[in-house]
Design a protein around this ligand. Structure first.
Ligand code: SAM
Length: 204
C-alpha cells in the first residue's frame, strides 16, 4: 500500500510514509471487508460512513505540512485510522465525530493500541472544539464534504494554521487548503474528490 498507492503517487515525506507503515489499516476495517484493508479504495465502516482511500488520507496529511510540535483538530473520527496517523506525527490530536457508536469504537480501538495524545468529543465538528480554554490549532483536517468553509473552525486556526477540507457539492468536491494569515484566509485547490457529507451547522 505504501509503495504502490502512496509513494508511487509522489508523496515522499518520510514522517508520513513511516506513519502509514506503522499504523495497520486492517485494525480499523470491520470484519466483512477486512480482506480488502490494503486496497486502493474507501471501505464501509457502518452507519453509512467510510474509512477513506489511503492515498487521499496521505494527500490531506501531506497538504497540512505537519510538524511534531503541532496541535491538530481532526473532524470526522470515523474508524480512527486518520486520527492514529495524525497522532504518530503531531504532538496532540483532538478529534470530533457526530455518530456516538463510531466515536466510542474508535476511542476503544485507539486506547487499546496505546495512543496517549488523542482527545475525543462527540458532536457537530463544524462548531469547533468545545472547551473552557481558547484552544487553537496548527492544522485542521475535515474528512467529510463541506458546502462552505466552517467559520468556527477558521476562528480556531492559529496564525499560519492550515485547514484541509473537501469543499463543494454533495457528490463532488475540490480538495482545498485554507491558510490563515493576518486574520485573512488564503485558499488553494488541489483537484477533485468525493467524500461523505459533513452534517451540521456549517455542513449540510
Ligand atoms: N477519518 C475517518 C477514518 O479514518 O476512518 C473517515 C471519516 S468518514 C470519510 C467521515 C466522518 O465524518 C464520518 O464518520 C461522519 O459521521 C463524520 N461527520 C460528518 N459530519 C460531521 C460533523 N459535523 N462533525 C463530526 N463528524 C462528522
Amino acid at each position: 500500500m505504501v509503495e504502490n498507492q502512496i509513494k508511487a503517487r509522489g508523496i515522499e515525506d518520510e514522517k508520513l510514509l513511516s506513519a502509514f507503515s506503522k499504523v495497520k489499516r486492517h485494525l480499523f476495517v470491520p470484519n466483512p471487508t477486512k480482506s480488502l484493508s490494503y486496497s486502493d479504495r474507501p471501505l464501509s465502516i457502518g452507519e453509512g460512513q467510510t474509512i477513506s482511500q489511503p492515498y487521499i488520507v496521505a494527500l490531506m496529511m501531506n497538504l497540512s505540512n505537519l510538524k511534531s510540535s503541532d496541535i491538530v483538530l481532526d473532524i470526522g473520527t470515523g474508524s480512527g485510522y486518520q486520527t492514529a496517523l495524525l497522532a504518530e506525527i503531531a504532538e496532540k490530536v483532538y478529534t470530533i465525530e457526530r455518530i456516538k457508536t463510531l466515536s466510542k469504537d474508535a476511542e476503544n480501538r485507539l486506547q487499546k493500541i496505546g495512543y496517549k495524545n488523542i482527545y475525543f468529543q462527540i458532536g457537530d465538528g463544524t462548531l469547533g472544539w468545545k472547551s473552557e480554554k481558547n484552544i487553537k490549532f496548527d492544522a485542521i483536517i475535515i474528512s467529510a464534504a463541506a458546502p462552505q468553509i466552517p467559520e468556527n473552525l477558521v476562528k480556531q486556526l492559529k496564525e499560519n494554521g492550515r485547514m484541509i477540507l473537501p469543499l463543494g457539492r454533495h457528490f463532488s468536491q475540490d480538495l482545498v487548503r485554507i491558510t490563515k494569515k493576518k486574520n485573512k484566509i488564503q485558499k488553494e485547490k488541489f483537484g477533485g474528490c468525493m467524500f461523505v457529507p459533513l452534517i451540521g451547522k456549517d455542513g449540510w
